[in-house]
Ligand binder design. Structure first.
Ligand code: SF4
Length: 679
């Protein structure tokens, strides 16, 4: 270490449930190394490979945006010229003002998602600005995670926390359902290992034989979209075998009879046929779930990405309640971590500033609304930030047509130049989270952390909060809500008077020690120190909340039909977090398409061959990997790859349909059906 080298604490802000604490080595103002720190006891010094490999290049590499830009070529061409911040803000002000004069403020819309998960960068001053502007509101959760959140809100109540993942150490049966923990929740694996050394069994439900599935005592490669059937069959089997905890159900569960009426017809044999599973495997799972306690289910996002997604998640959520698994350490559901934190979003984002009657657009529908001009008023200006919609949204070709509209004014704001920003008229350089303060409430654990900048803003980059402060000033929004400092925003984000904060102001949380959210002085434990927050105070298997919001009082099942024979699943990669880091050198490789040997043989495919993967929406060309890690009828490729990995300007998102799931208007990536042939 040279004299100019320092080590500073930070936090990983990526869209990942773990929110690792970091030690960042800075040499002469540049990040040279990132390793895990023990400030967050759950992540305990261990990081996934993505962050140390890609972050230094992300922050300092050739793709980094360091000055505002104005488009100098055709949309999508990626040719820009440098401009000053004043010029950029003037341009945005002039174009937004003109759109408002012609079409009203709702013709403008933010198009943002979950690039950084910091409380400030992810949604604070930016939303205050758009709320005050009167822009169309964007319903963001449907793109990912929203279905699970709504299913939780409908079954246990949004404000109820599930058990923290650490408690699995005390479990004797662990179920990872639709959750590739090795790549998307890494720190669960050592907890699982400790439990298993103590005799716990591990069941993995996942269409693909992932690494964690390889190590499981039982792997159920469920057909995508049929999780609800599997969970119903287990519920029915519990009932047949006397595995229902009648006293618990009587006292704490609503809607038992309505739920079981749907579950009972699903015999193990019928479920095995529908889910593509062995009947004996379902029987084994049901027997273990009936007889082993404590039992915990960790629910991932894999279940929700189909038209039956909400039903699948709800039926899985029902199982621990039916079998009375709660109220002991290591028993229940690893879910609902957001309910662990005393968040105050109304103070942070100020929805009271939104003009009455402002419309809301589902993020899944944005491509359609950008191309189908029947929306009134039409979208005439969008502000893309924390998001790479061209790579991430379903029906990519439609999204591209929308972004390429000459009459659409596009502002893009990000840390690096992305495929989507190539379509922007004005580009604003944002700070990485290493360059500004932020507060991090994990969505998979119960730890709250704060981070300070470890390096100065690169070039002319600014934190999102400052960008929107300046925009607000340029538009003449001068209330104190638009001049609030980052420290004030942190204190607006979390209720500092809540006992969970232990008297510490959010903006003063030490940067070298994470804060565990405790309930009556102990870790959250459903039915011990925390209880459902539904209206009835019970676990609602028939949900008045979901009935009112989505007309879905109960789970349901609709088989998906298509003329294309193969189901394409697109889970998370071990190299990128969704599309973040897709521009880094380490991610230039085209992700392969995995296909079962039987399906490969039928099509004359062999390992390494380049194949066409297509449906009515698009076509992608990928190298093929023949493997029995995917079951017959299912093919798999990893999401989030950028256009540089594609030889025809399309990635797997081009094949994904944009229809909605049964609740939340959620995205249905795993309803993608395709055919495959040699390229
Ligand atoms: S992506 Fe997840 S596992 Fe990887 S460093 Fe960030 S928080 Fe940790």
């Amino acid at each position: 270490m040279t004299t100019s080298t320092v080590e500073r604490p930070s936090v990983c802000p990526l869209d990942c449930p773990d929110t690792c604490s970091l030690t960042v080595t800075v040499d002469a103002g540049r990040i040279t190394k990132i390793r895990g720190s023990r400030a967050n006891p759950y992540t305990a010094g261990v990081l996934c490979a993505k962050v140390p490999e890609s972050y230094p290049e992300f922050v300092h590499g050739p793709g980094r945006l360091v000055t505002p830009l104005r488009r100098a070529g055709a949309k999508g061409e990626g040719r820009f010229e440098r401009i000053s911040w004043d010029e950029a803000l003037d341009l945005i002000h002039a174009r937004f003002t003109s759109v408002i004069a012609q079409h009203g403020a709702q013709a403008i819309m933010p198009l943002n998602y979950a690039g950084p998960h910091g409380t400030l960068a992810g949604g604070s001053m930016d939303l205050r600005f758009f709320h005050r502007l009167g822009a169309t509101l964007l319903d963001r959760p449907p793109l990912c995670g929203g279905i699970r959140s709504e299913a939780w809100a409908g079954t246990y109540g949004a404000a109820a926390p599930g058990i923290p993942p650490e408690q699995m150490e005390h479990s004797k049966l662990i179920v990872a359902w639709g959750y590739n923990v090795t790549w998307s929740g890494l720190h669960m694996t050592p907890v699982m290992d400790r439990a298993r050394r103590d005799g716990a069994k591990l069941v993995v439900v996942d269409p693909k034989r992932t690494k964690i599935a390889e190590r499981a005592d039982l792997h159920l490669p469920v057909k995508p979209g049929t999780d609800v059937v599997l969970a119903w069959a287990i519920a029915a089997e519990l009932e047949r075998r006397g595995g229902i905890d009648r006293a618990f159900v009587e006292r704490h569960v609503g809607g038992y009879e309505e739920f079981m009426t749907l579950a009972r017809p699903w015999t193990l044999a019928a479920a095995a046929r529908e889910c593509g599973l062995r009947e004996a495997a379902i029987q084994q799972f049901a027997d273990w779930f009936r007889t082993i306690s404590p039992a915990a289910i960790a629910v991932g996002n894999g279940i929700e990405r189909n038209q039956n997604g909400g039903s699948g998640v709800r039926a899985v959520f029902a199982l621990p309640a039916l079998a009375g698994k709660f109220g002991v350490r290591g028993g229940g559901l690893i879910n609902g971590a957001r309910g662990a934190f005393p968040k105050t979003p109304a103070k942070l984002t100020r929805p009271d500033l939104v003009p009455k009657g402002t419309r809301t657009v589902n993020i899944v529908d944005v491509g359609r609304h950008l191309t189908d001009l029947s929306l009134a008023p039409p979208l005439k200006a969008i502000f893309v930030y924390n998001h790479n919609p061209l790579v991430v949204h379903p029906d990519q070709n439609r999204m591209r047509r929308g972004l390429a509209r000459e009459d659409l004014f596009v502002v893009g704001c990000d840390v690096v130049m992305t495929d989507s920003l190539a379509y922007a008229d004005v580009v604003l350089p944002a700070c990485s989270h290493f360059e500004h303060d932020d507060l991090f409430a994990a969505y998979g654990t119960h730890w709250l952390q704060r981070a300070e900048p470890v390096i100065r803003p690169q070039g002319q980059a600014l934190p999102n909060t400052e960008i929107f402060r300046r925009l607000a000033a340029r538009f003449g929004f001068d209330g104190p809500e638009f001049t609030a400092s980052d420290a004030q925003l942190m204190d607006d984000a979390i209720d500092g008077s809540d006992p969970r904060l232990g008297g510490v102001q959010p903006s003063r949380i030490p940067v070298d020690a994470a804060l565990l959210m405790k309930f009556d002085g102990a870790e959250a434990n459903l039915f011990t120190n925390v209880f459902p927050k539904t209206k009835s105070g019970k676990v609602e298997l028939a949900s008045p909340y979901l009935e009112e919001k989505f007309g879905a009082r109960l789970p349901s099942y609709r088989p998906f039909t298509s003329s294309y024979p193969l189901i394409l699943i697109t889970p998370a990669s071990d190299r990128r977090t969704t599309s973040t880091f897709g521009g880094c050198t380490a991610n230039a490789e085209t992700p392969p398409l995995e296909i079962h040997p039987d399906d490969a043989k039928k099509r004359g495919l062999s390992n390494g061959m380049r194949v066409r993967v297509w449906n009515d929406l698009g076509e992608v060309r990928l190298p093929v990997r023949v493997t029995d890690a995917v079951p017959p009828g299912v093919v798999c490729s990893l999401k989030g790859a950028w256009m540089k990995t594609s030889d025809n300007g399309q990635t797997v998102s081009a094949l994904a349909p944009a229809h909605h799931a049964d609740i939340c208007g959620g995205a249905c990536y795993n309803d993608t059906r395709v055919e495959v042939a040699p390229a």
